[in-house]
Design a protein around this ligand. Sequence first.
Ligand code: NAP
Length: 285
Amino acid sequence: MRTLPLSNSGEIPVLGLGTWRMGEVASRRKAEVAAVREAIAMGYRLIDTAEMYGEGGAEMVVGQALAEALQAGDVRRDELFIVSKVYPHNASRRGTPEACERSLKRLGLDTIDLYLLHWRGSHPLSETANAMQALVAQGRIVHWGVSNFDLDDMEELTQVVGEGSGCAANQVYLSLGERGPEFNLLPWLRERGMPLMAYSPIDQGALAADSALGELASRLGVSAAQLALAAVISRPGVVAIPKAVRSKHLEENLAAARLTLDAATLAELDRLYPPPRRKTPLAMI
Ligand code: NAP
């Protein structure tokens, strides 16, 4: 799997597994744990979760799958890149480390590889950033970052914490159907070596059923979802985290990370899903 360097150290795979909507319903838990385990066995190394998903339920699903996979020797901990997120209302100087400890416990881990502020809330950015930096110093997280931050938020964060002071990534909504961040947020992040993590890269499944995309995809011998993912990660500096539970989806999405799109295909995609010509407010799901 191709990786992107992180600005301070280490690297992040360009494709990972999302877990939103997991851990919400007890009767689905077994299938969800099995899906995360299957994903790891297939070769997924990046897993994205959050304390919000299922109010801790998704972290518990991931934690159980990780425990089983590590115990079975399917993977080593140092091969995995686990991402979680703090709720904005918890992201105070004291609340952030407390939330992080709860997430670590649910995940059954000693450290989280990337810990994000899920979106901006009322706690001052300086408090959250200081708490994140302290968690890095204590080894409870390896990297910290943000999510749903538009360019003005990134600039404000840089003013607060200083250029190069450790924000490792920004996770935002980016897909063929939602290309707004390509206008100026992505170039800004790219210049600073901060990966953009694209969430909902299949538009929550909608692009898989998009007929125009499906037609182009079938000419290439791939599925519409695969083309949607390959398009997103063809942009330099972008990581995608599609969520899937079904085996077929897990397989397809992982294989999409190996696709290379030629110039004609990229041009056709630009015709079907035009790139932004002006700044639009960051979309959020
Ligand atoms: P998504 O990944 O765009 O789409 C997920 C949906 O697409 C699921 O219903 C899945 O079905 C289906 N799907 C997956 N692969 C497919 C394929 N190859 N063919 C057809 N359908 C396929 O949407 P998302 O879950 O909103 O976003 C992905 C992840 O980003 C989330 O899970 C979460 O980790 C993260 N996220 C973060 C934020 C944030 O604020 N930071 C917001 C939204 C999402 P099955 O599950 O049935 O396989």
